[in-house]
Design a protein around this ligand. Structure first.
Ligand code: ZN
Length: 374
C-alpha cells in the first residue's frame, strides 16, 4: 500500500508513446548518418511534422509497439532501457550481437589472411552490394526499388557490375506519402514507376544474380555500407539484408536466405588496409603508410570519399538522366570499389585505371585524383 504511489509515479514516467518510439528510431537513422548521438530540442521539433506525415497504418504500428511495451512495463518491475525493452532481454541480445560481431570480424580477417598466405590477395574478388526500396511494411515485408552488385579486386579494380530496377508490384494502401518521401531521399523513382518498367519476376531476378556470380559455387559474402548496431532498426545494412532476404525467399530459397552474409564494408576496409600495410612494411620497412586505428577510423575514412566517388562515376541510365548519381545503386557500388582502392591499392605494383580504381568522370579533374594515389 505504501509503495503504491511510488510505483504509479514510476510507471507514468516510463510510459511510452508511439511518437517517442518514432523519435528513437529517427534518431537512430541520424546517428547512422554520422550525426551526434543526442538530438537537440529543435531537431525533435523538426521531426514532429514527419510523424504527422506518416500513414495512419504506420503511426498505428508505432502506437501498437509502444502499447505492447507499456503493458510489459506495467506488469513487471524489471529494469527497462530507453525504448522499453527489459534489460535482461536487451543484455542477452547485446551479448549475442557482440558474439556475432566478433565471429564475423574473425571470418573477414581470416579470409583475407588465407588469401594473403596463398599470395592471392591481389586477385581475391570482393562483392559490393547496394539496394534501395520503395517502402517497408510494419510486418517486415519490404518493397525493393533498385539493386546493384560490383565485382572488385585490388589488381583489377571494379571489373564487372550488374544493376537493375525492380518492379515492386502493388504497394500497400496508404503508403503513398511515405513512398514519395523515401523516393525523394533515396532513389528518385516516381511512384507511378513502381510497376513499370523494371524486373518483376523474382525468379528472373535470381537467375540474373546467379549468372552474375557464376562461377562462384556458393553465395559469397556481400559488403555494403552502414553498421549493424542492433538499435538502428533501419540502417542501410539492415535494409540491404532485408531486401536480399526478400529476393531469396520469393524464390523459396529459405535456407540460402537464412545463410546470406551481408557485412559492413567498414570491417572489410579496416582488415584489408591493415593487412596490406603489414605486408608492405615487411617488404619495405621504410613504408610510410599507416594502418587504421579502429573500425570507426576506417568508417570515417570510407565516408570521406565514397559519396564523392559515387557522384563522379557512371550510374544506371535512369539516374544519369535525372542527374542523381548520389542515389544510384550502381554508382554506389562502383564508389565502394574506388574507396577500397584508394586506401588499399597503395603499392606501386597496382596499375590504377580510371573507371576501375577511381572515377573516370571528368566532373572532377583526374590529375588531382591521381595525385592522391601517388
Ligand atoms: Zn541507378
Amino acid at each position: 500500500m505504501n509503495n503504491q504511489p511510488r510505483i504509479q509515479k514510476k510507471n507514468k514516467k516510463t510510459k511510452l508513446s508511439g511518437f517517442t518510439l518514432f523519435i528513437i528510431e529517427y534518431n537512430g537513422r541520424r546517428v547512422n548518418d554520422g550525426e551526434d548521438t543526442f538530438m537537440k530540442r529543435y531537431e525533435i521539433t523538426k521531426a514532429a511534422p514527419k510523424w504527422k506525415e506518416l500513414s495512419e497504418t504506420r503511426r498505428q504500428h508505432y502506437k501498437d509497439r509502444a502499447n505492447r511495451l507499456n503493458v510489459k512495463i506495467v506488469n513487471t518491475y524489471d529494469r527497462y532501457n530507453s525504448i522499453g525493452e527489459k534489460l535482461d532481454e536487451v543484455e542477452i541480445r547485446k551479448r549475442q550481437e557482440e558474439e556475432a560481431k566478433k565471429n564475423r570480424r574473425c571470418e573477414i580477417e581470416q579470409m583475407l589472411k588465407n588469401a594473403a598466405d596463398l599470395a592471392e590477395l591481389d586477385n581475391t574478388v570482393f562483392y559490393f552490394l547496394s539496394t534501395s526500396k520503395y517502402f517497408d511494411e510494419p510486418n517486415g515485408k519490404i518493397f525493393p526499388a533498385e539493386f546493384a552488385i560490383a565485382k572488385f579486386s585490388l589488381s583489377q579494380g571494379v571489373f564487372d557490375t550488374i544493376s537493375f530496377k525492380i518492379n515492386a508490384g502493388k504497394l500497400p494502401v496508404g503508403s503513398a506519402l511515405e513512398v514519395e518521401e523515401i523516393s525523394k531521399k533515396t532513389h528518385n523513382y516516381n511512384i507511378e514507376d513502381c510497376n513499370d518498367p523494371g524486373e518483376k519476376d523474382y525468379f528472373e531476378i535470381m537467375i540474373k544474380i546467379i549468372n552474375f556470380l557464376h562461377p562462384f559455387d556458393e553465395i559469397p559474402i556481400f559488403f555494403t555500407e552502414g553498421n549493424d548496431d542492433i538499435f538502428v532498426e533501419k540502417s542501410i545494412l539492415a535494409e540491404t539484408q532485408k531486401i536480399m532476404k526478400r529476393i531469396f525467399e520469393e524464390v523459396l530459397e529459405f535456407d540460402a536466405a537464412r545463410k546470406l552474409k551481408i557485412y559492413s564494408i567498414d570491417e572489410l576496409l579496416f582488415y584489408l588496409k591493415n593487412l596490406n600495410v603489414e605486408i608492405e612494411k615487411e617488404i619495405n620497412p621504410e613504408c610510410q603508410d599507416e594502418p587504421f586505428i579502429s573500425i570507426v577510423d576506417a568508417n570515417a575514412n570510407f565516408r570521406k570519399v565514397s559519396n564523392e566517388y559515387s557522384f563522379n562515376t557512371k550510374g544506371c541510365e535512369f539516374h544519369e538522366k535525372v542527374d542523381a548519381l548520389q542515389n544510384c545503386c550502381l554508382a554506389k557500388v562502383r564508389g565502394y570499389g574506388y574507396t577500397i582502392a584508394k586506401w588499399c591499392a597503395i603499392n606501386e605494383k597496382y596499375e590504377l585505371k580510371p573507371g576501375k580504381h577511381f572515377p573516370e568522370s571528368d566532373r572532377i579533374v583526374n590529375d588531382t585524383l591521381l595525385k592522391i594515389y601517388k
